[in-house]
Ligand binder design. Structure first.
Ligand code: APR
Length: 234
C-alpha cells in the first residue's frame, strides 16, 4: 500500500516545540508579518535572524517523540510489504529525520539549513545566523537567510508532492490545522481522485469534514496506534 502522510506542528508538540495557531501558539506571541515574510527580512534582518536563532536553539534541545518514531516504523514496514510512505511535512524541524525516516519532503524548508541569496548555496546550519555571517560557498556576508519558506513564497517540491499524492492509496494528515494552503488543499485533491483520507489530530481541523476517517488525541498516542493498524491490516 502507498501512503502519503502530511504532518504539521502538532506532531512535534510532545517534543516540546510549539504550534502556531493554538491558544499559546507562536503566532499568538510573535507577529508572522514582522518575522516570516521576505519584506520583514529586508526591513529588519537582525529581528528575523533573532527569531529563527531562538527557534534553532530550541530545536537543538528537542528530541523526536513516539509519533516521529512510529512514522519511521511505518516507512520501514510499508517498504517490507512492497509499499511506500511519502512523508511530506510542513514542519521545519528535523525530528522526522532524527527518528530514522529515510525520505522527508520539507515543503516549508528546514530550520537547520541556511541559504545564500547571493550565490544560491544551501548549507547545513546549526548555529546562530546574523547579517555578519559569511556564506561558506561564496564568502559574501549579509546574504545568508534561514532556508525556510516565508508567507508569500512558493513552497518547495510541489511537483514531486502532487505526483506522490496521486500515486497514494491513502492520504493521512497528522497534527495540522488545515489552515495554510497549498497543504490544506491536499485532502480535496486526494478526494477528487478517489483516494481514501484520514485525519489524525488533537481536535477537528478546519477541513475535518473532508476526511473519510478521523482519529483524535495527542499525536504521540494516536499516531503509534494508527501505524500499528496500518501495518497489521495492509
Ligand atoms: N497532537 C496532535 N495534534 C496537535 C497536538 C498534539 N499534541 N497539539 C496541537 N495539535 C494540533 C492542533 O489542534 C492544530 O490543529 O496541531 C495543529 C497545529 O496547527 P497550526 O498551529 O496551525 O500548525 P500547522 O498546521 O502545522 O501550520 C501550518 O502554518 O505558519 C505556517 O509555516 C507554518 O508550517 C506552518 C503552517
Amino acid at each position: 500500500m502507498n501512503i502519503f502522510v502530511l504532518t504539521g506542528a502538532g506532531v512535534s508538540v510532545a517534543s516540546g516545540l510549539g504550534t502556531f495557531r493554538d491558544k499559546d501558539g507562536l503566532w499568538s506571541r510573535f507577529d508572522p508579518m514582522k518575522l516570516a515574510t521576505p519584506e520583514a527580512f529586508a526591513r529588519d534582518p537582525d529581528q528575523v535572524h533573532a527569531f529563527y536563532n531562538m527557534r534553532r536553539r530550541n530545536l537543538m534541545e528537542a528530541e523526536p517523540n513516539a509519533a516521529h518514531f512510529a512514522l519511521a516504523r511505518l516507512e520501514a514496514g510499508l517498504k517490507e510489504q512492497g509499499g511506500k510512505l511519502f512523508l511530506c511535512t510542513q514542519n521545519i524541524d528535523d525530528l522526522h529525520e532524527r527518528a530514522g525516516l529515510q525520505q522527508v519532503t520539507h515543503m516549508h524548508g528546514e530550520l537547520l539549513k541556511a541559504r545564500c541569496v547571493a550565490c544560491g548555496a544551501i548549507m547545513p546550519w546549526c548555529e546562530d545566523l546574523s547579517v555578519a555571517t559569511p556564506c561558506l560557498s561564496c564568502g559574501d556576508t549579509g546574504n545568508l537567510r534561514p532556508h525556510v519558506v516565508w508567507f508569500g513564497e512558493m513552497p518547495l517540491f510541489m511537483d514531486a508532492i502532487y505526483d506522490a499524492l496521486l500515486e497514494a492509496d491513502l492520504f493521512a494528515s497528522v497534527g495540522t490545522s488545515g489552515s495554510v494552503y497549498p497543504a490544506a488543499g491536499f485532502v480535496a485533491e486526494a478526494r477528487g481522485h478517489g483516494i481514501r483520507t484520514c485525519e489524525i489530530n488533537l481536535e477537528p481541523s478546519d477541513n475535518a469534514r473532508q476526511f473519510d476517517e478521523r482519529r483524535y488525541g495527542p499525536a504521540s498516542e494516536a499516531v503509534p496506534a494508527w501505524v500499528e493498524d496500518m501495518l497489521t491490516s495492509s
